[in-house]
Design a protein around this ligand. Sequence first.
Ligand code: ZN
Length: 326
Amino acid sequence: MLTHLTHSTDLTHLTIQLLKPENVMKTKLLLTALALVTATAQAKLNVVATTPDLAAIARDIGGEKIEITTLAKPTEDPHFVDAKPSFIVKLNRADVLIEGGAELEIGWLPPLLAGARNAKLAPDAPGYIRCNEGIQMLEVPATLDRSKGDIHAAGNPHFVVDPENAKIIARHIADSFCKSDAKSCDAFRANLKKFTDALEAKLAAWQKQLEPFKGQQVVAYHNSWPYFGNRFGLKIDLFLEPKPGIPPTPAHLAEVITKMKADNVHVIIVDPYLNRRTAETVARNTDATVVDVAQFPGGVKGTDAGYIQLMDYLVNALAKALGEKK
Ligand SMILES: [Zn+2]
């Protein structure tokens, strides 16, 4: 019956039919059903997350109560996301926006947000979640100098891969969801507890697994692993990029190779959006292993299920590569 509603003649016909005494009860039932459908549709919070790691945590907290859109792909560099016009529409309709903050999205999100003109996502609105709030930022520069091209001008923005930070982020998300949908707050709080408990149990196991490699050095392509390194006792402080966001140069790579040989470093980690071939060239010169890693669930195979599965993958992959000592 509802498929005919687009035609005004059908609508008139329908109205006449519904107003007939024998159909009044049916009309009431129909209207009640429609109201229920509308209420259910409105009940879900419309959430936009900038990156898939934040979306995964939001999904664990929001469950069935939210509808989530992720802007960056799991295989996309979060500093340089392809900003599609459709993102403006998504942001315009959102109740909640979750961003990493600390300038991670500064190159692409602000113009989209301005275009979306959504009061729910105003800077001080409860629907605007900046995940870096309350996070102990690493590598905050003493003096701001963007002239050299460093894209980590507000400190290192890749903090989600530390499970302790994931707990803080989950709490921010639950707080915001509660403000936007008070009726579902108990469910959000219960999910938060479930996520935090699971993470705490896992964290102890992960730390134990990486314990034998404490203090070992690992080379990364881009400087996105200091939080992970700190949490698990690894030194991930030698990079193929001379500066974050600046592509490797032959002179810089020669320097890295010399250091790797001198200190017997034999693991290089590479995110999916970076140039694996460069890492392979360095690995050939140093007898090292290239390990595919990602900060986002789905960025490497077998990590689609969410944050905990991704961390499982990362810990296993590093323990395996570091265990094959050369
Ligand atoms: Zn970065």
